[in-house]
Design a protein around this ligand. Structure first.
Ligand code: FE
Length: 216
């Protein structure tokens, strides 16, 4: 099978959040989409090992937001590459709570959908969650972040837990004369331009140290 064919699919970038017990959970996904209009329903595929997935299934609710192009690496790194059990991902961002007391970002997002879990499908590595939308909100008119924009402009990577993971993209060498060495984070794919890589450097996306970077 030619897996290059999968690279032709287009996606957006989203933060989904949940609340279980007294704890907030959230992660970045590229798999949120509307599946029906009457009633309005969304689907989202989430890695089964994700603590956010567990919180969604435990609570029966989730909230999806559409990231805009103004979302930076700090935001995407916080929600995409860190663990909700280890850090409160929401504490340094502007948030509100929806009708289910689930926090959601109010900046760098275009819209919000609050959902009741209406069904699930076990897909092996991932679980497909169907959400019946109970509340929506438009939060900005900024252009929405596409997965392509994230890779090309933000130059972010894809975690191995993503359904679309295909090994992190090679740097776009045509955009820059290769006079200077660059370093790539082996965890998330972030590219550091320059050489040497400072010994105390921390990846702005996933927070890993310089030892996780390889020279390219
Ligand atoms: Fe990284």
């Amino acid at each position: 099978m030619n897996i290059q064919a999968f690279f032709k699919l287009s996606y957006g970038l989203y933060v989904i959040s949940a609340r279980s017990g007294e704890k907030n959970y959230g992660c970045v996904v590229n798999t949120l989409q509307q599946v029906t209009a009457e009633p309005p329903m969304l689907s989202v595929a989430v890695n089964k090992n994700s603590v956010t997935a567990k919180a969604i299934l435990d609570s029966g609710h989730f909230c999806g937001t559409v990231l805009t192009e103004t979302a930076d690496l700090n935001l995407i790194g916080t929600f995409g590459f860190k663990n909700s059990e280890a850090v409160d991902k929401f504490e340094s961002f502007s948030t509100k709570e929806d009708e289910n007391q689930i926090p959601y970002l109010t900046e760098h997002v275009a819209a919000r959908y609050s959902c009741d879990v209406a069904g699930t499908l076990d897909l092996g590595t991932h679980i497909l969650i169907i959400g019946k939308v109970t509340e929506t909100e438009i939060l900005s008119d900024e252009p929405v972040m596409t997965y392509d924009y994230y890779h090309r402009v933000i130059k972010g990577g894809t975690p191995p837990t993503a359904p679309s993971y295909k090994g992190n993209l090679k740097p776009k060498t045509e955009e820059k004369p290769e006079k200077t060495a660059r370093w790539r984070c082996k965890i998330c794919g972030y590219i550091y331009d320059g050489d040497p890589l400072p010994a105390d450097y921390l990846c702005p996306i996933c927070g890993q140290g310089a030892d996780k970077f390889e020279k390219i």
